[in-house]
Write a protein that binds this ligand. Structure first.
Ligand code: NDP
Length: 279
């Protein structure tokens, strides 16, 4: 039988590291598979997915198609995907397309890996775009004590809260929202889920207070520590880290959905760090 076919679909797609990550996971289990980059035309996502699954087994979905993937899957969504309003992992079951979102699990597993489990923690989440929305429910599920979402456009933070509470009313006690200047209290974990780091910018975050043994987590990653990571350490964060572990973590969670086995994240992450020029 030919090797099973997997891939990542997006636009643009040439910089995706997913083929590399999944191929390394596969070699940990001596699995024969192919994993390709698939460029879908901006107006041709659904058609490209349909074509792929004529002989394909699983797809990761990246920008800008995660919401379209959510719509495509219809009712066959995992709870996490429903909470995120977006899908990054597709597969066929009984001939029908199913979808999940593993971004949030990827973040939570990375927090565990570095010794900052979300359970019982006060967490400040900055940003209210797709990445932020994807991690809210998994952080609540992981048992954080308090999750406060702030965003430059505060209405978007309130929207996320409202949508999550509508699906899970119990979340209302532990989930709050506001504008960027609304960050009263002190925090165990501060997560930057804005795209500001792309241009070495900072979200205009007035002095958030860090507790002892606190963590600043930037979802972005580059060869150097980001402006957010450096500012956070100066502001009193005990430790800061970038989002490369989240990237490998979400891939491992997709890999587990498709293949039923838990890949070893550490060696793949170490290799990626070398490749992007971090020592
Ligand atoms: P979106 O475009 O959906 O959202 C961008 C967010 O950033 C908005 O909340 C926006 O605020 C805010 N923002 C942008 N510039 C600034 C600024 N100068 N000051 C304050 N806020 C700002 O992006 P995504 O949610 O998809 O991605 C966010 C980041 O997360 C990116 O850097 C991306 O690379 C990273 N990411 C990392 C992943 C990983 O696995 N490590 C996975 C997914 C994303 P406003 O609403 O006011 O415009």
């Amino acid at each position: 039988t030919p090797a099973k076919r997997y891939g990542v679909i997006g636009h643009p797609i040439e910089h995706s590291r997913s083929p590399h990550i999944h191929t390394q996971f596969a070699s940990q289990f001596n699995l024969a598979l192919s994993y390709e980059r698939i460029l879908a035309p901006l107006d041709g996502f659904a058609a490209t997915v349909e074509e792929f699954f004529k002989n394909g087994s699983g797809l990761n979905v990246t920008l800008p198609f995660k919401e379209q993937a959510y719509d495509l899957v219809g009712p066959r969504l995992s709870r996490r995907a429903r909470m995120a309003g977006a899908v990054n992992t597709l597969w066929l079951e009984d001939g029908q397309l199913h979808g999940c979102n593993t971004d949030g699990v990827g973040l939570c597993s990375d927090l565990l890996r570095i010794g900052h489990k979300p359970e019982g923690k006060r967490i400040l989440l900055i940003g209210a775009g797709g990445a932020s929305r994807g991690v809210v429910f998994p952080l609540l599920e992981a048992g954080c004590e308090m999750l406060h979402i702030i965003n430059r456009t505060s209405a978007k933070a309130y929207d996320i809260r409202e949508q999550v509470v509508a699906l899970d009313p119990d979340a209302s006690r532990r989930l709050s929202a506001g504008g960027l200047d609304d960050h009263c209290g002190d925090w165990d974990i501060v997560i930057n889920a804005t795209s500001a780091s792309l241009n070495q910018n900072l979200p205009e975050l007035p002095n958030a207070r860090y507790r002892s043994n606190s963590l600043a987590y930037d979802m972005f990653y580059a060869s150097e520590p980001t402006a957010f990571m450096r500012a956070a350490e100066q502001a009193g964060a005990t430790q800061s880290i970038d989002g490369l572990g989240m990237l490998v973590g979400q891939a491992a969670a997709s890999f587990q959905i498709w293949h039923g086995v838990k890949a070893d994240v550490e060696p793949v992450l170490a290799k990626l760090r070398q490749e992007i020029g971090q020592v």
